[in-house]
Structures are given as structure tokens and as C-alpha cells.
Design a protein around this ligand. Structure first.
Ligand SMILES: [Zn+2]
Length: 251
């Protein structure tokens, strides 16, 4: 299980090592934040140390965002849009309705007193998306050597997915906002791990046979979809030109 620390809206993966003597922070090409620490460092100490480095982290991250981010944190107001499998659905906030959050096939309807709204949305994605992911994995595993024993959807922090040697594949609920072709890459990546449990040449070769254009999809995921991973639930940013933004822009 990956250890993570959440500080002011950012997620830091913690990598501990007996060989390390000092604390260190890296921001990789994808904007992934990693705190490197000696094994015995306490969570409190890590928190304090990272908090002092936040300004540096934010500068690094903004340098990486050459273009304005395509997404923003939701405010849960009418007119906002949320993405499900790359399709964009508007939100309407109402005073009364039976359930806190409903989806009628064309839009989300949120009861005004349903707070925290994020929890209701997260639950909706989990409930709706788990069935979809299971069916999709079933289809895609026709092209791979091994089927998962079980599929679970949950919050995996800064990871899209993971799999265990026993054949249990986990997916982050956040993937359900992405276009299907990117979700397919995440699924295929984990399915190949059931046979090749590493990132060596054999892994990428096998992936290439099952999904020849995997590199394009991986690049799109790393460069364009990281905000979903960092912030969880996000809305496509409304363009100043007035035309509706589209989650499918993540290509
Ligand atoms: Zn992997």
C-alpha cells in the first residue's frame, strides 16, 4: 500500500528508505509529488517539513503547467459540469428531492442541503462506475492472458490502479471521470500486470501486443489527466469563449 500525505489540497506519495539520511521532495514530469524520507521519520515530522516546502512545490507545479489547467475544483452550483467516462453532464441544484443526489441520464440533480456534496458524488461514481468497470474489464481481458480474480473500486490516492499477485485488481474511482480510451489504458495496464508484475521490457512488449497505441494513451493520462488524480472530483473549466468545455478534450 502506498503511503500518502495530504497537505493543502496536494497529495504526496511517501517513499521511505533505510538508506536515506535526510528528507527530500521531488516533482516529476507528470507533476507527481514524492517525499523521500528515512524509514523512521514520523508522520508529524514529515507534515511539518513538507508544509515548509509548499511554496517551492507550488512554484514547481505552476512551471509545469505551461497552459492553464483544463479543470477546476467544483463549487456544486447549478450550471457546473461533471464528467462521467468522458461525457459531460450539467448540474442542477434544487431545494427538494427524495435523494441527496440523482442522475436522470442527462444531468445531475443535487439537493441543496446534501453536504458535503463531494461525498454524494463520490458515492455515485463508485456505485455507477463499479458495474461499468467490471464489464469493461471482462471485455478487455479477452485480449490478455489472465483474468482478475476480483475487481474493486476505491480511493487509491495518487494511483490510478493497482493489482496483487493473488489477482485482485483495484481501480481508483477517479478514473471514472476520464474518457473511455484512457480508462481502457489503465485497465489494460493492470491486466498485463497480472502476468508481468513489473515495468520491465516484457511488460511493455506484452502491453504493446494487446494495445498497440498504449504510448499515446499513457502520455495523455500522465500529462492531461493528473488534475483528476490530485484533486479527485473536478469540473471541466468553462472557457471564456462561451462554448461548452468537453471532457473528451483529454485526448
Ligand atoms: Zn504498472
Amino acid at each position: 500500500m502506498t503511503e500518502t500525505i495530504h497537505i493543502s489540497g496536494l497529495v504526496f506519495e511517501v517513499r521511505r528508505s533505510d538508506l536515506r539520511k535526510t528528507l527530500g521532495l521531488t516533482v516529476d514530469r507528470a507533476g507527481e509529488l514524492v517525499a523521500h524520507a528515512p524509514s523512521e521519520t514520523s508522520v508529524e515530522e514529515l507534515n511539518r517539513w513538507i508544509t515548509k516546502k509548499l511554496l517551492w512545490v507550488h512554484r514547481k507545479l505552476s512551471l509545469k503547467d505551461e497552459v492553464a489547467p483544463k479543470v477546476q475544483a467544483p463549487e456544486y452550483v447549478s450550471g457546473e459540469a461533471f464528467c462521467y467516462l468522458g461525457r459531460r453532464f450539467g448540474l442542477k441544484v434544487v431545494a427538494k428531492q427524495e435523494h441527496p443526489l440523482q442522475f436522470d441520464g442527462t444531468r445531475f440533480i443535487l439537493r441543496r442541503d446534501a453536504r458535503p456534496a463531494e461525498e454524494h458524488f463520490r458515492r455515485w461514481y463508485l456505485l455507477t462506475g463499479t458495474d461499468w468497470l467490471r464489464r469493461r474489464v471482462e471485455q478487455l481481458s479477452l485480449h490478455t492472458a489472465r483474468k482478475p480474480e476480483r475487481i474493486k473500486v476505491r480511493d487509491l490516492g495518487f494511483r490510478w490502479g493497482s493489482c496483487s499477485q493473488s489477482g485482485v485488481v483495484l481501480f481508483n474511482w477517479k478514473v471514472l471521470q476520464l474518457p473511455v480510451r484512457l480508462v481502457d489504458y489503465i485497465i489494460m495496464h493492470e491486466l498485463i500486470h497480472l502476468v508481468e508484475g513489473h515495468h520491465g521490457p516484457a511488460f511493455w512488449n506484452t502491453l504493446g501486443r494487446a494495445m498497440p497505441d498504449w504510448q499515446k494513451r499513457k502520455d495523455a493520462l500522465v500529462v492531461q489527466a493528473k488534475d483528476y488524480l490530485v484533486f479527485g472530483l473536478v469540473c471541466p473549466r468553462a472557457p471564456s469563449s462561451g462554448s461548452a468545455p468537453d471532457c473528451q478534450a483529454l485526448k
